[in-house]
Design a protein around this ligand. Structure first.
Ligand code: TXA
Ligand code: MG
Length: 322
């Protein structure tokens, strides 16, 4: 039996070409990759994750030009955004070509596309292009609703059994540099709408395009990552607005900036010195709370600007209990 974790691009290419699943590293989080034009392969993604069937997927392509095969039309500002920020943590959503089937878009008339920024995955996408594969769907490689994976062994823990039983593999590309999912921008008209905040911040988009950035309109497409409860560990997540001092319950896990003074008998999960480190360590810290069997985690929130918006967004969902 082959090991699930691999660095072997030829093997990953074969797995995808055979219609099976390969976990891919990206700069945001690990994704569960499948040929975006293969209906049975995409069906496996939903089964492996336990993801509801009507939730649309992001298509990952090798470069900005390649996105043109999937989009019927993109406003000029969105073309410019792609040229500026791809490869990178930006997903554009716009009207689709016939290459984007209902089984990828959840039946919506738009498709989501991004160019990930990771050497191994870029090489894989380029090799796949040579063999005629035009893109990979890749939702985060976790069981539905759980914390997204930022190292290969997180994906192994969530999906290893499925991948082993179905000839899949995990391309190990080390720790994800950014640590939170891409910014999703709806690009169907003159108004950029941020459907999910991420590493490309509102300010970056506003300053680059010179356009006002809108929040999703009431009729904007539904984003499952925007469900109230998502990204959640088993431990209870207690959110605390920014403060210099924190008093913990005995045995509680803590995620807080290094500058916060903490009292009490706590378990240190992450002490980032800035928002980049906060994002990068967040999901691993939430997973380690469960590995350590902690019942609750106190998180001192970062501010709300820039990358902190994405951190707060994910934490509010991780903290939500149904
Ligand atoms: O950083 C990322 O985006 C990661 C890595 C692996 O690339 N992927 C990721 O995929 O976060 P996933 O499936 O966990 O989240 C994809 C999001 C969903 O919330 C989905 O609803 C939204 O993209 N999406 C996909 N197609 C859409 C569409 N046509 N309209 C609106 N939202 C869409
Ligand atoms: Mg996800």
């Amino acid at each position: 039996m082959l090991e699930l974790l691999t660095h072997d691009l030829a093997r990953a290419t074969q797995v995808i070409a055979a219609g099976n699943l390969c976990v891919i590293p990206t700069e945001t989080v690990y994704g569960l990759g499948a040929d975006a034009t293969n209906k049975d392969a995409v069906a496996q993604v939903f089964t492996a994750k336990g993801r509801p069937k009507d939730h649309p997927l992001i298509v990952h392509v090798a470069n900005a030009e390649q996105s043109g095969e999937w989009f019927a039309q993109l406003p000029d500002w969105a073309i410019a955004l792609g040229q500026e920020f791809w490869p990178g943590p930006l997903t554009l959503v716009s009207t689709r070509t016939e290459l984007a089937s209902d089984f990828v878009t959840g039946g919506q008339n738009t498709v989501a596309v991004r160019v990930p920024n990771h050497d191994l995955t870029s090489a894989l996408l380029n090799q796949l292009l040579d063999t005629g594969t035009r893109g990979l769907v890749a939702p985060s490689a976790n069981r539905f609703g759980h914390v997204s994976p930022t190292i290969a062994t997180h994906a192994l823990a969530d999906l290893g059994d499925y991948l082993k039983a179905h000839n899949g593999c995990i391309l190990d590309g080390g720790a994800c540099a950014l640590g939170v999912e891409s910014t999703i921008v709806l690009a169907v008209d003159g108004r950029p709408q941020v459907l999910r905040p991420g590493g490309i911040t509102r300010r970056m988009i506003r300053e680059f395009t010179g356009l006002e950035i809108f929040n999703p309109a009431d009729d904007a497409p539904r984003v499952p990552g925007a469900l109230a409860a998502h990204y959640a560990p088993d431990a209870i997540v207690q959110l605390i607005e920014p403060t210099d001092q924190l008093e913990c319950v005995d045995g509680q896990g803590v995620i807080a900036a290094k500058s916060v003074e903490i009292s009490g008998n706590y378990v240190e999960l992450a002490r980032p010195t800035n928002d980049q480190e906060f994002a990068q360590s967040l999901y691993a810290a939430l997973r380690s709370a469960d590995d350590l069997g902690l019942t609750s985690v106190a998180v001192v929130l970062p501010g709300s600007d820039g990358l902190a918006e994405a951190i707060r967004d994910r934490l509010s969902r991780a903290a939500h209990t149904n």
